[in-house]
Ligand binder design. Structure first.
Ligand code: SF4
Length: 538
């Protein structure tokens, strides 16, 4: 068995019966949808047409949401249905970042991930999904793609069909007859801030709403309300105002209705990139120095000097762990990460990496600092190599895993940059060296790390070709668009140029320099995390 859908756009009349039946059958709360009818208007007045596209989870053959889920709450059944388990979900929202189709939302009542599940409960008793049964035009065909005699297989054999974003390699199993490129491609048409027959109410995960919590739309300029965007040859939309009562647009393309766009990750993620960078950087550098000293390649570490830096690093580590739990929509289930990990997920791996790092760094600090506090158990010399060997790899992994987790978030093309592991490793190294320099006064390694960091950051962010149209738009937003201020003002200016300038004035400015570097990294991380999330995948 291998279930899929065919959507016959020739028959769809845009009645929304499928969306309504889905909400009723699955008791979907207000404000979220498991399926919706995207409508796009295109043409030149008076010859303007509205086309419909039933949009939902594609039940991909190669589902990235299943791969990234750290607790197997998102699963691919043997019959090809991609189902979810609300009782297992911890609300980490990684699946929302991995889905390239914006098919997943957080249920506002259970605070867990939800989406179309092919009405698996109906399929299990021999019934068709509710949307199929209710459609008055038989525009939705469900069935077994592996059975050549099924209606869906015979329909597919007779027609040319398209799928959404085939270049993602997910092998979607929702096929469209007469699929409209303007509907299939998320960036092909502008999404207005309000629709003719639907206002959008702000919520914490929503970007792009003009509605208020009362549902009354705020005023928008004509420019926002009537955008005219026509894909240019590079695929990037051009836009311009349509002046009502004045000059008419040559050609209009706009989305008349689609579902909300959700932004899953907010300030805790950029913040924890900074706190984690400090913790991993300090312990990584101290572990490396200890191993080199053990091998006789450098002077021994003076523990009374580095002790305050280790204290700062431990505080940052616990802030990191706190932010990660806080960002879960079901923080009460955080321990699922440890007791039921799904090992292909970098979220699950991250939980174990941070746990190992915490065990190594806390244990090592206690052993080393005990003599300074008059508790000399005589264990430090014996255990030092063990803890150094354990701490170095866990610190390096703690510094760089974010890049691999971001790469697994296949719905955010900008995060697929191959330079990201190098960038985050350099940022952590610079923060670690700077924090240690505050207490031991050796600023030259920090200066070298900051110079390397700014060079690699600029080369990677400005010259590495983004892999897709959406990545190009996100990269442009990050560096020259709405995130230019955090990127240039904080990330590059405050994070790199100002620390170098301060240290040029004298080492007395060192503590301020490392503070600026940390704030700057927060700005860069904010731009990197938020820019691709603003772009709708549906
Ligand atoms: Fe559905 Fe998105 Fe997962 Fe594909 S990646 S199976 S569309 S939720």
């Amino acid at each position: 068995m291998n279930f899929g859908f065919v959507m016959d756009n020739r028959s769809c009349i845009g009645c929304h019966a499928c969306s309504t039946a889905c909400k009723s059958e699955n008791q979907v709360p207000l404000g979220v949808h498991r399926t919706w009818v995207k409508a796009v208007e295109a043409g030149q007045y008076p010859d303007v047409r509205r086309s419909f596209q039933v949009t939902r989870c594609n039940h991909c053959s190669n589902p990235p949401c299943v791969r990234i889920c750290p607790v197997s709450a998102m699963v691919q059944r043997d019959d090809g249905i991609v189902d979810f388990d609300s009782d297992a979900c911890i609300g980490c929202k990684a699946c929302m970042q991995a889905c390239p189709y914006d098919a997943i939302h957080i249920d506002p009542e259970t605070h867990t991930a939800a989406k179309c599940h092919y009405c698996a409960h109906r399929v299990d008793v021999g019934l068709e999904p509710a949307c199929v049964v209710v459609c008055p035009e038989h525009a939705i065909i469900a069935g077994d793609l592996d059975d050549p005699e099924s209606e869906i297989s015979r329909t597919l054999a007779k027609h040319n069909v398209t799928v959404r974003k085939p270049e993602q390699g997910t092998a979607p199993k929702v096929f469209y007859i007469e699929g409209n490129e303007l509907s299939l491609r998320p960036s092909a048409a502008a999404v207005p801030k309000s629709f003719a027959f639907a206002d959008v109410v702000d919520d914490p995960h929503h970007i792009g709403a003009v509605g208020t919590r009362t549902g009354i739309p705020r005023e928008t300029k004509d420019h926002d309300r009537y955008p005219v965007r026509v894909p240019d040859p590079q695929g990037l939309p051009r836009s311009g105002p349509l002046h009502i009562g004045g000059r008419m647009a040559e050609h209009m393309v706009q989305v008349a209705y689609t579902s909300r766009h959700h932004v899953p990750w907010h300030w805790p993620i950029p913040t924890y990139m900074v706190t984690k960078g400090i913790a991993a950087g300090v312990f990584g550098v101290v572990a490396l120095q200890t191993l080199l000293a053990t091998a006789g390649l450098m002077a021994p570490v003076v523990w009374s000097t580095v002790a305050p830096a280790l204290g700062v690093a431990l505080v940052m580590l616990f802030v990191t762990l706190g932010l990660l739990v806080y960002d879960l929509d079901r923080p009460d289930r955080f321990f699922y990460l440890l007791v039921r990990p799904q090992w292909r997920s970098w979220v699950a791996r991250a939980a174990w990496i941070l746990s190992g790092f915490a065990f190594a760094s806390v244990g090592w600090t206690a052993v080393e600092l005990a003599p300074l506090w008059g508790l000399d158990l005589g264990l430090a010399d014996a255990l030092r190599p063990f803890f150094a060997v354990l701490t170095l790899p866990t610190a390096v992994l703690a510094a760089v895993y974010t890049a691999f987790l971001f790469a697994q978030a296949e719905g955010r093309d900008l995060w697929q940059s191959p330079a990201l592991p190098v960038q985050v490793a350099l940022h952590a190294t610079a923060l670690g060296l700077g924090t240690l320099a505050v207490f031991d006064g050796s600023w030259m390694p920090f200066i070298v790390a900051v110079l390397l960091s700014v060079g690699v950051t600029l080369v990677a962010d400005l010259t590495v070709a983004p892999p897709s149209e959406l990545a190009r738009r996100a990269a442009r937003d990050m560096t020259w668009g709405r995130f230019a201020m955090p990127y240039w003002g904080l990330g590059i200016g405050l994070g790199h140029v100002v620390p170098l300038a301060l240290l040029g004035l004298g080492e007395a400015w060192g503590p301020l320099a490392i503070g600026c570097a940390a704030l700057g990294l927060l700005g860069w991380s904010w731009a990197l995390v938020m820019a691709p999330q603003q772009l709708s995948n549906s």
